[in-house]
Design a protein around this ligand. Structure first.
Ligand SMILES: *Cc1c(COP(=O)(O)O)cnc(C)c1O
Length: 375
């Protein structure tokens, strides 16, 4: 049996056909028919007011930071246990990420610690839905309303998950999702900005089109297009959107396959969890998830290192996850932590991610069962 990778991009088989169609149509720049199909799909699936395809989730977060109008010295509350882009998007505007510890169960931003971190400079809260499992959005939205803050969901991993029946990505003022090849639905690099608060829609279109009102012009709402605001090029070309559309058409089947693997793992580890050997992921009853990730929490760093090595020898590739941003060199320079980061530091040492992709074959699943014997 050859090596089982941690992730393998899953193709539906229709991607090249769609790309050939985009090629034949001769429309290769952004916002052609495939981009429109993708935007509509996201809007239908999430109920978001406006979905705008971008070339990455990072780009979506950067657009959100521009729309939030944060500037030098402004503060944005977020977890430290996240990908660098969550913080970088705001650091690029001169703002200061303020890290708050995560909950020990879902590993999401601990909503009970947010209020103490708010200062007169706070402008926004950025909840990250780790592993596609929702943050406590009711509490977070209530804190934001009370203090007049924006909420920008980093829903990079959370497309097709829900919180209390509401799709993730549709709850905050804005949200960003990712179609990077390590996510569930992919286009290599790719993402989208979801604009839920209507007051940001028109400006989002302008910022995405290099600061011009080109989108209004194409809709016939203005008779010439010109430079009206700051902006950049955030839209992907049609080749990317054509690829992505094939994935969206198969999104339910892809999710089903991932969920099957997720539940297989979850059953396998039931006994080990009861024996105190590890902790399994916690999904609150009011959340549904997209099986973006299956992780286990081992007792300590030494045990995790040993398990990774034992699995590597058995040709099963597993990986840990984030180095907390508050302890990274750029995190120390550009951001600050509010309060203790105990859960964050502890999780960073103990979390192990297992192979998870839609293309996992049954014989591979059998081979991965080796994890049970090394635990
Ligand atoms: C993947 C990811 C991103 C970045 O997504 P890109 O599309 O690669 O820019 C941002 N935040 C989180 C939480 C992610 O998992």
């Amino acid at each position: 049996m050859s090596m089982i990778p941690f992730n393998k991009p899953y193709m539906t088989g229709k991607e090249l056909w769609n790309i050939a169609q985009a090629h034949a149509k001769g429309h290769l720049a952004g916002d052609g028919s495939f981009t429109k199909l993708c935007n509509q799909w996201i809007e239908q699936r999430t109920g978001s007011n406006k979905a705008l395809l971008t070339h990455s989730c990072t780009a979506g977060l950067e657009m959100a930071a521009l729309l939030a109008d944060v500037g030098p010295g402004d503060e944005v509350i977020m977890p430290s246990y996240t990908f660098v882009s969550t913080a970088n998007a705001f650091v690029l505007r001169g703002a200061v990420p303020v890290f708050v510890d995560i909950r020990p169960d879902t590993l999401n931003l601990d909503e009970k610690r947010i209020e103490a971190a708010i200062t007169p400079r706070t402008k926004a809260i950025v909840p990250v839905h780790y592993a596609g499992v929702g943050c406590e959005m009711d509490a977070i939205m209530a804190i934001a309303a009370k203090h007049k803050l924006l909420v920008i969901e980093d829903a990079a991993q959370a497309l097709m998950s829900s919180y209390k029946g509401r799709p993730l990505g549709s709850i905050g003022d804005m949200a960003a999702v990712s179609f990077h090849e390590t996510k569930n639905i992919i286009s290599g690099e790719g993402g989208a900005l979801l604009v839920n608060n209507e007051r940001f829609i028109e400006r989002a279109e302008v910022i995405r089109e290099k600061g011009t009102n080109r989108t209004l012009f194409f809709r016939g709402q203005v008779d010439k297009y010109t430079w009206v605001d700051v902006g950049s090029s955030y839209l992907p070309g049609e080749i990317i959107a054509a690829f992505l559309w094939a994935q969206m058409e198969d999104a339910d089947a892809i999710t089903k396959r991932r969920l099957a693997m997720w539940h297989t793992y979850h059953q396998w580890f039931d006994e080990a969890e009861r024996a105190g050997k590890l902790r399994r992921p916690v999904v609150p009853a009011h959340c549904t998830h997209n099986a973006h990730m299956y992780y286990i929490l081992l007792p300590d760093l030494a045990r995790r290192t040993a398990v990774i090595e034992q699995l590597r020898v058995a040709d099963v590739h597993t990986v840990f996850h984030y180095i907390p941003l508050h302890s990274a060199p750029a995190g120390r320079k550009f951001a600050r932590a509010h309060g203790e980061m105990m859960v964050t530091d502890d999780t960073a040492d103990r979390l192990l991610r297992l192979p998870m992709y839609a293309g996992l074959e049954e014989r591979q699943v059998e081979a991965i069962r080796i994890v049970l014997s090394v635990l």
